[in-house]
Design a protein around this ligand. Structure first.
Ligand SMILES: [Zn+2]
Length: 222
């Protein structure tokens, strides 16, 4: 993993927020409530949270987290920045336990983050890997998507990981693991995607995937 962990976005909350804003809104803030672009005013002052905007069209306040997988989280954005980097830049993923230790947060928070980052990495047009009823080769391992059955050939760590997930976790966890693997493979170095770009794509994917009841009205195709 090539990681510049001294980047201020991993320590400084203001810089972290600016980083997420630049990725989500390259042309300036877009109100996640009414969808109007370029009409928000930064809300400054001691009584306001960092990164707060107010929409001049609908008067609703928002931050860069609203309408993303991070919306309901109280974890600081510089920790989200580091978590996205660690998950997207590592070759085989990072466990919730590693995030818990590396970010100095509870295991429960780390588990929450890991699942949301995987959700961010999920392709919106996601079909089973290789298409319905097809097989796909992953690192010498064959996985059939027919009837949820996993077929494997060859060896390697992925085979053990997949088989172990099927045996112990069930379909939902297997799908999340495959989504993360699929994302990492589609955005691999050999395809010209470095760690920084891959992390940016994962953060970009955080938009429009809020897991709770309220969907952003401005949801646009990524
Ligand atoms: Zn608005």
């Amino acid at each position: 993993m090539t990681a510049n962990l001294t980047n201020p976005i991993f320590q400084n909350e203001e810089k972290a927020i600016a980083h997420f804003e630049a990725i989500r809104w390259p042309d300036g803030p877009v109100c996640p409530h009414c969808g109007v672009a370029g009409e928000a005013t930064s809300v400054q002052g001691k009584s306001h949270r960092l990164g707060m905007w107010q929409c001049n069209a609908c008067r609703e306040p928002f931050t860069v987290k609203v309408g993303t997988v991070m919306e309901s989280s109280h974890i600081p954005m510089h920790k989200w920045a580091l978590a996205f980097h660690l998950v997207a830049a590592s070759k085989k993923g990072v466990s919730a336990y590693q995030l818990h230790r590396m970010l100095g947060i509870t295991y429960k928070s780390a588990w929450f983050m890991e699942h949301r980052i995987r959700e961010a990495m999920r392709r919106v047009d996601a079909e089973p890997l290789g298409g319905k009823g097809k097989s796909v080769e992953i690192d010498e391992t064959f996985i059939g998507t027919e009837a949820g059955k996993v077929k494997k050939r060859g060896g390697g760590q992925h085979k053990r990981k997949v088989v172990s997930l099927v045996e112990h976790c069930g379909d939902a966890d297997l799908q999340r693991y495959l989504d993360e693997f699929d994302f990492r493979y589609s955005n691999r170095v050999a395809a010209g995607v470095d760690d920084v770009l891959r992390t940016m794509r994962a953060i970009k994917g955080a938009e429009g995937k809020r897991l709770t009841y309220k969907q952003p009205r401005s949801a646009q195709p990524a």
